[in-house]
Write a protein that binds this ligand. Structure first.
Ligand SMILES: Cc1cc2nc3c(=O)[nH]c(=O)nc-3n(C[C@H](O)[C@H](O)[C@H](O)COP(=O)(O)OP(=O)(O)OC[C@H]3O[C@@H](n4cnc5c(N)ncnc54)[C@H](O)[C@@H]3O)c2cc1C
Length: 348
């Protein structure tokens, strides 16, 4: 009998499978391969200081070193490049913002993450100058799409991945096992990202979903932005002359497809930020698996102890994923209690 049947192999399912396998458990995965999975559209940024008030991301002091260590290990296991440490230059638009930034630079809690270094001379000519720039240190861009694709390839070769939609009609749950078609497992863990919203076993959980659209653009040869720029939109170097540009947020949307309106907004903001031409190569959209209280969703079904969920990575899956997947694997192995802040029981 398999130890864990995992439904969904985006970032959440991949990281959980990785830790469970490293702990010696057997794993089977069902994933239908959605091109609009959040993991395949995201830039994979880790940004330690965010928001209008420039605050440290929740638990970033613990999340960041563990994320770095995990992605580095996965790089060597899977033979792909994933983790790119890069500074983030954040535009400051007013005296108030500049003052707040300087305050953060003087704050001991923030000093490892922020500095008042301006934009490097190699980048400045290509940017319409705002009032100023602050530099965020310790940030990174992680190729999470590459990670799930490489992991999928390995799982397929190992014969542990079924590339198909999960069919709830085939699921039978008993006290000590679940059966899915011909497969028996001790536990089933749902890692369906935003599709978890329609999971009948966890329908009471407040998964919301925030849509985002992005562009992949090419900048003219000779223009090289070797840092991440946040100026109206994020501009993220992806290698060669290619850049990821994103993203807007929308909790109300009619479909998960890219829209002309979204593309127009991104192009307009990019034009207002960059002083060079750009060619749009791709325009994509996905829905982030966000939760009402902006915390991940980990835990057991209220009635069936062997039915579990790992979801709600929201807008910051790249930094949250490794730490909480490790925590969940420890919980599943009986090594720890679930942290109350992420436990689904917080919603009663
Ligand atoms: C535009 C955009 C930009 C983003 N930028 C960043 C960023 O810079 N930094 C950051 O940290 N985060 C970012 N995110 C968020 C990040 O992408 C998510 O937190 C993370 O990827 C979520 O991973 P997941 O595995 O939960 O969901 P997903 O990646 O959506 O994966 C869910 C998987 O489940 C499978 N699945 C679902 N239902 C079924 C079913 N019934 N049967 C079979 N398979 C099923 C799907 O095929 C899919 O593979 C961004 C998101 C978006 C949309």
């Amino acid at each position: 009998m398999t130890d864990f049947l995992i439904i969904g192999q985006g970032l959440a399912g991949t990281l959980l499978a990785h830790f469970l396998q490293s702990d010696g458990y057997t794993v089977r995965i069902v994933d239908e391969y959605q091109v609009r999975a959040s993991t395949r559209v995201a830039a994979g940024l880790i940004n330690p200081v965010t928001g209008r008030r420039f605050v440290k991301s929740w638990r970033i002091d613990d999340l960041l070193p563990f994320a770095r260590q995990t992605y580095r290990l996965l790089e060597s296991q899977l033979g792909v490049a994933l983790y790119h440490e890069r500074p983030i230059y954040r535009a400051l638009y007013s005296v108030e913002e500049e003052n707040l930034w300087l305050e953060r630079c003087a704050d001991l809690q923030y000093r490892q993450y922020v500095s008042d270094e301006g934009l490097p001379e190699s980048i400045a000519p290509y940017i319409h100058p705002p009032r100023g720039f602050g530099r965020v240190n310790g940030g990174a861009q992680v190729n999470i799409g590459t990670l799930v694709d490489a992991f999928r390839q390995r799982a397929t070769a190992e014969g542990i991945l079924e590339a198909a939609p999960f069919d709830f009609a085939q699921l039978q749950i008993s006290e000590d096992a679940v059966r899915y078609g011909s497969l028996s497992a001790r536990h089933i863990v749902f890692c369906e990202g935003r599709w978890g919203k329609t999971n009948p076993l966890f329908s009471e959980l407040p998964l919301v979903g925030d849509k985002g659209e992005v562009l992949l653009v090419r900048l003219p040869a000779g223009v090289s932005l070797e840092a991440i720029i946040k100026h109206r939109v994020f501009v993220v170097p992806m290698g060669e002359d290619l850049y990821w540009v994103g993203s807007n947020y929308s909790s109300r949307y009619e479909s998960d497809a890219p829209t002309e309106q979204g593309r127009g907004w991104l192009e307009e903001n990019l034009r207002r930020s960059l002083r060079c031409s750009f060619e749009v190569l791709d325009h994509r959209a996905a829905v982030r698996p966000t939760v009402k209280d902006r915390r991940p969703l980990l835990g057991r079904h209220s009635e069936y102890g062997n039915v579990l969920i790992f979801n709600g990575l929201g807008t910051k899956g790249t930094s949250l994923g490794p730490f909480w997947a490790r925590h969940f694997a420890d919980f599943l192995g009986g090594k720890t209690e679930l942290d109350a802040e992420v436990d689904v029981r917080r919603f009663g």
